[in-house]
Design a binder for this molecule. Sequence first.
Ligand SMILES: C[S@@+](CC[C@H](N)C(=O)[O-])C[C@H]1O[C@@H](n2cnc3c(N)ncnc32)[C@H](O)[C@@H]1O
Length: 251
Amino acid sequence: MSSALDALTLDRYPRSNTYDRQWIVDNLMGPHPLWSAEGLMGAMTLEPGMRVLDLGCGTALTSIFFAREYDVEVWATDLWVDPTENWQRIQDSGAADRVHPIQSDAHKLPFAHDFFDAIVSIGAFNYFGTGADYLAYVTQFLRPGGTLGVVAPGIRTAPVLTLPSYLESRWGPDLCTWLPPDWWHQLWQRTNLVAVQTADFLPNSWSDWLLWLKTCAEVDRGYKPDEQMLEADQGDLLGLTRLVAHLNERG
Ligand SMILES: C[S@@+](CC[C@H](N)C(=O)[O-])C[C@H]1O[C@@H](n2cnc3c(N)ncnc32)[C@H](O)[C@@H]1O
């Protein structure tokens, strides 16, 4: 039987296509989390058995995805979402042996230094990671040579002072954290802590984000302000920023 959610099956996301679309929509918190995770993995590698911090994991869908798809152990860490609810989702998905729910502020992480092989963050890093000192803080928990991978809402060019009307009407503190790949690249590279490997826009991210919002709207899970803004943008400025960096040896 066909449904509105059939539109969420796209050839470029073969791994995401194997997950229940209703489950994804029921637990949404932003752009399609599994598409973002799968898109991030187009630019980074996870090896089986790695320890991975999923920072700002929300409802832990991406944590479950990384654990199941790449056979890694994931610490699903988030501030707002109740870890008991995440634990239930993790158990229901059959990933209880590999995904650990943690409630923590990204600025007060309860982990050992050098513990993680990789840190990933989908749709969340812009909430807590824009400060000039944050990269130095968070990479303490990453082993030298480890990888940091981020996907977050972005605006293609340097922060603009004169906004197009469709951005001006939606503008606020949250949109101020939607920053371009080059902005993040400079912020990170100047620390001398990491080598930035990728700083780009996730391919197709504007159109996929709009498709996602339109499809969610058909089942009363949309967000009109963002749908209208993306529609008006036509892929000119908006999309998802993708960043991958490797931690240098400590000096
Ligand atoms: C838009 S949601 C994205 C959630 C999920 N990664 C996804 O893609 O569906 C942003 C998440 O960032 C988390 N977050 C915001 N500020 C945080 C902080 N200071 N520490 C940890 N998590 C934070 C929130 O709890 C929220 O779940």
